[in-house]
Structure formats: C-alpha cells, structure tokens
Design a protein around this ligand. Sequence first.
Ligand code: ARG
Length: 569
Amino acid sequence: MGMLSGWMRGAFARAFPEAETDFADIGVAETSNPEFGDYQCNAAMGLAKLLRQAPRAIAERVAAGPELPDCLARIEVAGPGFLNLYLDSAWLARYVERMAADKTLGTPAVGAGQTVVMDYGSPNMTKPLHIGHLRSHNIGSVLDRLHRFLGYRVVADNHLGDWGTQFGITIMGYRHFGDEAAMQTAPLEELERVYVLSYEKTKADPTWMEQCRAELVKLQSGDAENLEMWEMFMRLSMEELDRMYARLGVKYDVVHGESYYRDKLAGTVANLQAKGLAVESEGAQVVFLEEEKLPVCIVRKSDGGFNYATSDLATVAARVEEFNPDRIIYITDERQQLHFKQVFAVCRRLGFEVGLDHIWFGLMRLPEATFSTREGNVIKLDALLDEAESRALAIIQASSSDMDDAQQREVAAAVGVGAVKYADLSQNPQSLVTFTWDKAMALDGNSGPYLQYAYARIASVRDKYAERYPEGTPETEPLCFDEAIERALALRLIRFGDVLTRAAHQYKPNVLTDYLYDLAQTYSSFYQNVPFLKAPEGVRERRVRLCGVVATVLKQGLDLLGLQTLERI
Ligand code: ARG
C-alpha cells in the first residue's frame, strides 16, 4: 500500500517536526494475523536512537495525531511500539468495487515511461530444449508479463547462442556422420547426435579438435559453404524452437542471437583499447578488474578469437543504441554469475548508464540426479511436458468423465503444462528446485492444478447462480462484509497490485504464486463457512459479486504466470 506508507511518513513528520530526517524509509506492511491490524508499521523501533525516545512513546505520539485518512478506521499502539492500522470496512468495500472495474485491477502503472530489455531463454542452438532450459524461459516470461502489466515498455529478446564454438564441432560432425533422412524427420536430435559423436572424437583425437576449430574460423570469416550449412542448422532449429515456444506460451519481441552482433566484436575490442581499458596480456586482450576484485575479463583470445564476454559487451552497446532502455535484465542459471559481474563491471568502466541486473536461478533436479547440458541421458522438455499432459489426462478422465475426448485432451494440455510451470515458479528462484510429480500435480496443495480447479469451482458458483436466478444482478449489489472471512478475503483482494509490484521488482514469481495460493485457500474457507446460494436475497447477490472479484483476480494472476484458466474442469 503505497498510499498508506506515504501517509505514515507524513504522520511521523507531523509528530516530530524537529527531527533530522524526512522519514523516507518508513513503510507499512501487510499483516498475516488480524490481531496485528490489517497493516502494520514497525518504524518506531528503528527510530528510538535518532528521536531519543522509547519506541512506544514515539508510536503513541504518532497515533495521537489528529487526522486519519479516509481509508483508516483506527490506529492502535501495540507491544514495544508497533502501529497497527485498521482499514475502514466501508472504504474497503468501495475499494474492492472500484478495483474490480479497473482494467489493471488497481495495479499502479509504476513502470510508465520506462523501458526494460529482458534477455531470457536464450538457448544455445542445434540441440533440443531439455529440462534445464525450463527455468529461464519460464521465470523470464513471467517477469516479462509482470513488467508489461505494470506499464513498462518491455523488449523481450531471445539472445540465442548461435555463433559459438559448438558450430565447428557440429559442422565436422554433420559432414562425417550426418544422416540426410534423419535430418528431415528429427533435425535437432540428429544435430545433437552428430555433435556428441564429434565432441567425443575431440577428446581422443587432437587433430580432430584442430579441424573443428578451423571449420569455426572458416564459418566466422564468411566461408560460403559453412555459412550455408549454418543457415540450414539455424532454420531447422528455429522451427523446432517455435513449436516448443507455442507449447510453453513464450513470445519474444526480437530474436537477436549472438550472430547478430558478429560484425561488432572487433570494434568492441578496439574501443576498449582506445579507452585504455583493454591491454595486452600473454598475447590476449584483457580488461583488468582488480578494483572490483574480479578475475581479468578476456575480450580477445591469443588466437584472435572473441569471447562470450566480448559478445555480451557488443550486445549491451547495441541494445542501448536501439532501445534506449533504463534497464537490461538477464535471466540465466547460477553458473553465469561471474560472467555477468565481469561484463557489468566493464560496462560501468565504459560509462554506460543503463541499469544492469542478472537474475540467476538454481538448477532444477529430479530427485535422482541433476540435469546437466553436456552429458547424455538428459530429459527433453518435450518429453517432460508429454508426461505432464498424460498424467493430467488420467486425473481428468477420472473426475470429468462426462467431457468428450477432445475437451479432455485440451484441459489436460492446460493442466499438465501449467503444473510443470507452476512447480518451478512457486519456488524462490535462487533455490534448488527438486521436481516431483506428486507435488506438481497435487490437487490439495500449492500447485497449478489446485489453482486451476479453484478457479473452475468459482466459475461454477457463478453459473449456478445465473441458472437459479436468471434475473439477478449481483454486479450492482453494493459490497459489504458482515462476516470476518469476507473481510479477510477483501483484504487479500486489494493487495493484488502491491503483490505484482513486489514480484516484479524483487524478480520473484513466487511472491505471486504464494499470494494466489493464499487467496484460493481463503476463498475456500469463505465458500465452506458462509452460505451463498441459500443466503437471503441481497446477501446472496453480494457474496456472488465478491466471488466474481476473486475469480477475476485469480484469472489475471494465473494469466501473468502463463497458466490457462478453464471455466470447467
Ligand atoms: N546462451 C546462453 C546459455 O545457454 C545464455 C545467454 C544469456 N544471455 C546473454 N546475453 N549472455 O547458457
């Protein structure tokens, strides 16, 4: 509640006009227990030293201030000096009505006028997506949608790894072991197969490795035959990626892979040299980052080749020029932390003013093993989603046997893919996720299917009402909360905008999943504890109306998470 925090800062300033602070850090927080008010401020505790008073005395002086804003019914001082704020119930009811009518459900457009470039997904080309590719695409696309919803202009860029060392190995592999027919039917599997064969050979045969390097140099210097092969690899990989993106619901504004910047690499190094930032060391061009306590950043290898860092430096410059962003946000796994620290440090030395954030996430594990890119036996993302859909189908066949086959399949696709996405999103990104089917598909826990079912149940309440009372107009019945559980539900609804802002700015989709799960649970105790359709006229209408607002918020939240909602499951 930005508004309440602002008021609180003013209240402190009025109570302590002589204080040598503007109280800018003061905020109020949501409470989890109604005993502590609807919102709480603990600032008095931190100000005791500065104001030379006991926290409780400070809180009492603030609470004794003459005026309360419209939204507050009362303030209480509690414990050592907490300020507990209680919202006015009539104000709360009007607020819920207004937010329900608002396109963004009361979410402030905090990003208006700002541009962010988001770099997520960004897989290395010519191999199928595997389970390790899920998190960057998934977390990235949620942060992307959240930022758009908050009014940011977002440029989602898929920074494909399409110009790296793997191409020398793949070209050699394809030339010697390639199978035309397999290339037609399953191109990525075939490319991966020849890559692995060729890669194995580099280990045993040093001349093979040299030949791979030579093919890469040929490609990078514009050899027609290698370029043609590379273009074919790209085209086939892209078709396959697009199919996966449709399945995952991932969309980009631009797809500028590393190759897009290939003509800018030499200029990038020349610029670093001209500015005295890059210097020669053992035949390579490097930027020393001792001040930042980081290892040297190599921008040109002793063999003349460019590095991953060079490519990212060229990319930052190009993005600044093309999109003039306020911030560039990168979403990759934890193993790239050092890389981005180095790149960002060099960018600061170059004087770039753009904000640069690296959001890293932990690896996803199945209980048995960690997924690793290089070794064989990796689980393909496609296969994981197939299994999710078939597991979902089994559940739906059991619970909704009256649906026809096609419908069941459609629902299973939404529930299956949703379950996988949600299992990832509901974790703190920085933690290691252990994926289990039981948890992902749980109908009674913090899972995608649980929320999709919750939504469908709410939708069915509305349908039943409409069936029984076709003339009813719950949308215009003024809200009012005579049961504590209704008020608890309303309090959660009005937090939606704050939750989205926090989830986006802290780069944590799990802030939103936690909120939706809590909302669905609160709704379910509302539904179980107070009569709806059997309530007297008027009460019935406003409960159905409140139910509708919950459905809208749930749907919007799930939408932002990339989960489809279904009116019927
Ligand atoms: N292609 C890299 C990988 O698969 C991720 C690229 C991330 N983005 C970037 N601008 N470096 O690990």
